[in-house]
Every structure is written in structure tokens, then in C-alpha cells.
Design a binder for this molecule. Structure first.
Ligand code: 13P
Length: 251
């Protein structure tokens, strides 16, 4: 893994009220305080202010789950980068497969959201990953290459240090099925090579690429042992303090 600092980020998705946010973070803070990996929680908008207060002064970083590309305007239900920045959000997930599947997100809108995040000094966690049908048709590499190129269009090299990529095979999300560590590593290597093609080898070696999809306390060690895997984007296992802390400490 070289010099890349692993990053374990929880993606809470549409889970946790303010009350539950308080309970979860209060339990989590002492459990991960000695983590070697970078730790982040990406929380629903309604939990951001509460999470911010609770994690201030701890080693847990704050993230959001989406951001709109426009500065402001008539985009009902969306949130701007300035709004997140005002709440001291550091990371923001962009292009999660659930956004692509259920909310019409495309490579182009993922790119626009990533650019908006970067323009306000938010760090996007850009998600890519193939569907089961694409994997079965041998299209995994083609899909992640297309998604990666699409997401990074127009993004300059100077921004790369503020970007994390998450490789999340869609069929492994919330299903209990994990990609084998070998397969995950292989596909992440393809993504890294794609970054290399766009920005050069040094940049490719420096960028952090997480795995996501049923990652948990049991499989974290095996996944993290792979040279290309720099951490994880954790859904289900990020919703219980004990489970999430085990993933963090295993990274
Ligand atoms: P699970 O860990 O629940 O499979 O979710 C992964 C994910 O989508 C993280 O963004």
C-alpha cells in the first residue's frame, strides 16, 4: 500500500435520526480514538450539525452523502457545496451506486458534483463499480474505466490529493457478498491504471482507492492486505459503533 494512509469511511445512507446519531457517535468516539487509519462518517444532512458538535476535537472526520453542482438556485431537495462547507463538512460521497440506480445519476452529473465539491475545498469520495450483469458479461474493467474517466473529466492534477475513489461492485452492496480480495484488488488496479493514464504514474500511486460492499470486521484484514486497497466505504457495518470500530481498527 506504500505511503497511502488508509481511510475507513462510514456511509450511513438514510439511517439515523439525531437521537440515534448522538448514541452512535458517543459510543464510537472512544472506540476509534487510537485508530491508525483515517476515520470518517458520512451522515444524512439532518445529522451533520449534531455530528459536527460531537466529533469536534476527535480523530473522526465529517462527511456528507451528496452535493449538488450548482452554487445555488431552483433545485428542490438538493444541497450546495457552500452549505456543506458552512457546516465544516470535509468529505462528500459522490456518485454512489444508489444515486446512479435510483436517482438518475450519470457519469456526467457525478463529474459535475465532484467539480463543485472541489471548487469549495470539499473532498469528494467518488464511487465507481459494476452491476452484477456487467460483471457476468465480462464488462467490469470497461465499466470502471468509463466511470473513472467520466468522473475525472476536466479535473486537474492539483486536485487529486483531495479526492478518494471508492470501488463498490454494486452486487456486493448490502448483499453480504464481498468481492474476493483478489478480485477487488485487481479491479482497483485497473482504476489506478486509468488514473495513471490520465495523470501519470506518480499520481496513480498516490491516490487512495477504497473498497466498498459488505466490508466488515471479518473480511477487513484480508481486503486491507491487498496492495491496491486503501481502506473502505462501509454501509451496514458502520451503523453499529462496535462493528464499525472493528473495521477501523482492522485497517
Ligand atoms: P454495505 O457495506 O452495506 O454493503 O454498503 C456498502 C456501501 O454502499 C457503502 O457506500
Amino acid at each position: 500500500m506504500g505511503e497511502r494512509l488508509p481511510i475507513i469511511a462510514g456511509n450511513w445512507k438514510m439511517n439515523n435520526t439525531i437521537k440515534e446519531t448522538k448514541e452512535l457517535l458517543t459510543a464510537l468516539i472512544p472506540l476509534v480514538k487510537d485508530a491508525k487509519a483515517e476515520v470518517a462518517v458520512c451522515v444524512p444532512y439532518t445529522s451533520i450539525a449534531t455530528a459536527r458538535k460531537l466529533i469536534r476535537g476527535t480523530n473522526i472526520k465529517l462527511g456528507a452523502e451528496n452535493v449538488h453542482w450548482a452554487d445555488k438556485g431552483a433545485f428542490t431537495g438538493e444541497i450546495s457545496a457552500d452549505m456543506l462547507k458552512e457546516l465544516k463538512v470535509e468529505y462528500v460521497i459522490v456518485g454512489h451506486s444508489e444515486r446512479r440506480q435510483f436517482f438518475g445519476e450519470t457519469d456526467e452529473t457525478v463529474n459535475k458534483r465532484a467539480q463543485a465539491a472541489l471548487s469549495r475545498k470539499l473532498k469528494p469520495i467518488i464511487c465507481v463499480g459494476e452491476l452484477l450483469s456487467e460483471r457476468e458479461n465480462g464488462k467490469t474493467d470497461e465499466v470502471v474505466i468509463r466511470q473513472t474517466k467520466g468522473a475525472f473529466a476536466g479535473i486537474t492534477k492539483g486536485n487529486l490529493k483531495n479526492i478518494v475513489i471508492a470501488y463498490e461492485p454494486v452486487w456486493a452492496i448490502g448483499t453480504g457478498k464481498t468481492a474476493t480480495a483478489e478480485d477487488a484488488d485487481k479491479t482497483i488496479a485497473v482504476i489506478r491504471k486509468t488514473i495513471g493514464g490520465l495523470y501519470g504514474k506518480v499520481a496513480a500511486e498516490a491516490i487512495r482507492i477504497q473498497y466498498g460492499g459488505s466490508m466488515n470486521a471479518k473480511n477487513v484484514t484480508e481486503l486491507m492486505a491487498k496492495p491496491n486497497i486503501d481502506g473502505g466505504l462501509i454501509g451496514g457495518a458502520s451503523l453499529k459503533a462496535e462493528d464499525f470500530s472493528k473495521v477501523v481498527l482492522g485497517a
